[in-house]
Write a new protein. Structure first.
Ligand code: TXA
Ligand code: MG
Length: 325
């Protein structure tokens, strides 16, 4: 996996040969309308055949997810993406730069696209991405079509970034599950819309604002939150304990997510002792869960710089704390 969350293919052939039976079983389960736990480089997903309304309904039920929150269609390659979404020049430029990888593009749906209405929450746009993790790509290739996959958590909870967390959240609802190890990125994909020649950032994520601007220039003004990404609830990514952000130090009874050197001791989880934002992103959800398991009165989180990946980390933390980003 490269620093930008893309896989470089080293040792991929060997890895996949060992796992072919599991890959085929996952593709068969998808064809049969069953749900599947899929590893991606961002977070674990709960996948279903995008063209099968019954399977898509099962996703909303397994997660307890509101039906007005549309899902991301995952495909194996750019050619399949182009059959589903109408990608203009700027969307193509982003796709070529960041796929396979942690970017989701929202674009007008193609008339012939096999992504059912329910998966799109009735919108005339579709969110699409080519994931970077070799196992999910192999399943998508074996399956052939689009797989909708929200994060595999129950609605409102932190996204799972390990196989064990994914299984604990929704594993009992699935017919197949692939262990792809801990997710290298640890935060969900960046979501941009590319509509009428305008590029808007709907959800900050692993691909940063600066990286996007390097490809398409200045982004269009973001709309208000509800319009930006229909399903984004105020309380999201939330552990059981309340979350207190921008905390200099924990109060008695609190767990503490530190950032940078210094802090240590019982109940302290250091997101990155060296102050590295990529490391902090990769640890964020797993440490929120680990802190939660100590049954603290609250989880205090140190201030995180807002630059680069910090924008996405702070977005998730504000939502975990119950503030609308
Ligand atoms: O990294 C990821 O994106 C992970 C992995 C599994 O791929 N998936 C993920 O899916 O985070 P989910 O369902 O948890 O988040 C999808 C986001 C939601 O905020 C949803 O509202 C937005 O994408 N979305 C989907 N379709 C959309 C559309 N047509 N217009 C605007 N936003 C859309
Ligand atoms: Mg999610």
């Amino acid at each position: 996996m490269g620093v930008d969350g893309r896989n470089r293919g080293e040792g991929e052939g060997e890895l996949l040969a060992d796992r072919q039976a599991e890959i085929d079983a996952a593709a068969r389960a998808l064809r049969a309308g069953e749900l599947v736990i899929l590893p991606t480089e961002t977070v674990y997903g709960l996948g279903a055949d995008a063209a099968n309304p019954a399977a898509v309904t099962a996703i909303f039920e397994a997660k307890g997810r509101p039906r007005f929150n549309p899902l991301i269609a995952h495909v194996a390659d750019l050619a399949t993406a182009a059959c589903i979404a109408r990608l203009d020049d700027r969307a193509w430029a982003l796709a070529r730069e960041f796929w396979p990888g942690p970017l989701t593009i929202v674009a007008p749906i193609q008339d012939t696209a096999a992504v059912c209405d329910l998966a799109r929450a009735g919108l005339d746009t579709v969110a699409i991405r080519v994931p970077g993790h070799p196992l999910s790509r192999a399943v998508l290739e074996a399956f052939g079509g689009a797989v909708v996959a929200p994060s595999a958590n129950r609605s409102g909870r932190p996204s799972p970034t390990t196989f064990a967390d994914a299984m604990a959240e929704t594993g009992d609802k699935t017919a197949a599950a692939l262990d792809g190890g801990p997710c290298a990125v640890g935060l969900e994909s960046t979501v941009v819309s590319v509509i009428d020649g305008q590029v808007r950032l709907l959800r900050p994520g692993a691909v940063t604002r600066v990286q996007l601007q390097q490809i398409v220039g200045p982004l269009a003004e973001a709309e208000d939150d509800a319009k930006r990404s229909p399903g984004r609830l105020a309380l999201h990514y939330a552990p059981d304990a309340p979350v207190r952000i921008n905390a200099r130090a924990p109060k008695p009874g609190e767990a503490f997510l530190a950032f940078g050197g210094g802090a240590s001791g019982e109940g302290v989880f250091n997101l990155s002792p060296t102050g590295d934002l990529a490391e902090a992103a990769a640890n964020l959800f797993a440490y929120l869960r680990a802190a939660d398991r100590t049954h603290p009165s609250a989880i205090a989180v140190a201030p995180i710089p807002e630059d680069g990946l910090g924008e996405a980390i702070n977005d998730r933390l504000r939502r975990a704390a119950g503030y609308i980003g």
